[in-house]
Design a protein around this ligand. Structure first.
Ligand SMILES: Cc1ncc(COP(=O)(O)O)c(C=O)c1O
Length: 301
């Protein structure tokens, strides 16, 4: 019997089969939404992206997503070729062309574009960037709390491939996820280079201990926008919150654990490495933060 669950699970929605995809300024049906096989994103994983959600007509925290996209592009020396207003407009055009209003997820991707030859050097990119926006109706639907497994794949130091980059190449995270799945879990819990608990392969990670919310120092993990919002919600609502180093010892004995990300907001964790966390269900602090986050998103509109 299948008992699959994932942080990015959504109900099937047949409208997505006919949704239009924005490819370099053109809205194309999904089968025709293709990029060149010489594209640097396909060939080298050379690009950056954002996942953004539409709630009741408003793209939540869009400015922060655009900040992070442009910062990442600057970091990898990629000229997006469009300013913020143009990128925002492309998002709105895709939304309107698809008549989408709420519970929608967009993946906005920019790569270094089509290469002249199939090799690594960025000088081989001479035709400008490739930008694509995929938009889907999606209501998150993880059927149960997530099971995590700790894996040998680490969150690396910033001087290798900075784990703060939302890069197209996610191989380290994908290998972590494969290892977790082979260990019977849904997602990987990843440690930092010192062995402290850091993040999962696709979400930020929090624990709750005796009413306190703990998350990593923020080094080695994605500077998640949902992570930042949850920390601020704690501070604004007198919930003690700490960005600190902690180990698996603290983690296994936590009362609650949850993940954060734009797609699933706050996703409860039921077990880690076979140890049940709390009673294995979503705990009261996670529930409260989920409600507060929902109110925050609703107030964006
Ligand atoms: C590795 C990783 N961690 C965390 C996140 C969550 O970030 P956010 O809350 O900005 O969606 C993402 C999302 O892209 C991610 O790829």
């Amino acid at each position: 019997m299948h008992d699959d669950a994932s942080t990015h699970q959504a109900h099937d929605d047949p409208r997505n089969d006919t949704a239009l995809v924005w490819v370099n300024g053109e809205l194309r049906p999904r089968p025709e939404a293709v990029v060149n096989v010489y594209d640097a994103g396909f060939m080298m994983g050379d690009g950056v992206w954002e996942g953004i959600r539409l709630h009741h007509g408003t793209w939540a925290f869009l400015d922060e997503h655009l900040d992070r996209l442009f910062e990442a592009a600057l970091a990898i020396d990629l000229n997006i070729g469009r300013d913020r207003a143009e990128v925002r407009q492309a998002l709105l055009d895709t939304q309107h062309a698809n008549d989408m209003h709420t519970d929608v997820h967009a993946r906005l991707m920019v790569t270094r574009g089509v290469k002249t030859r199939p090799f690594q050097h960025p000088r081989l990119n001479q035709s400008g960037p490739t930008m694509v926006i995929i938009m889907e109706h999606s209501v998150p639907s993880a059927p149960r709390p997530i099971r995590l497994a700790t894996v040998p794949h680490l969150r690396g130091l910033p001087m290798t491939q900075d784990p703060k980059l939302n890069s197209h190449s996610k191989l380290n995270c994908i290998l972590a996820c494969i290892a977790a799945e082979k260990a019977g879990a849904d997602e990987a819990l990843m440690l930092d280079v010192h062995g402290f608990v850091n993040t999962t392969n696709s979400c930020n990670f929090f624990i709750v201990r005796r009413g306190e919310v703990w998350t990593s120092t923020g080094d080695y993990c994605m500077n998640g926008i949902t992570r930042k919002k949850v920390i601020k919600l704690c501070r604004d609502n007198d919930i003690p919150v700490f960005e600190r180093n902690y180990s698996l010892v603290d983690t296994y004995s936590a009362d609650e654990a949850f993940l954060t990300g734009t797609f699933g907001a706050q996703t409860p964790v039921g077990s880690i490495d076979g140890r049940v966390i709390g009673d294995g269900q979503m705990g009261p602090v996670t529930t409260r933060l989920r409600d507060l986050y929902r109110e925050l998103v609703a107030a964006c509109g």
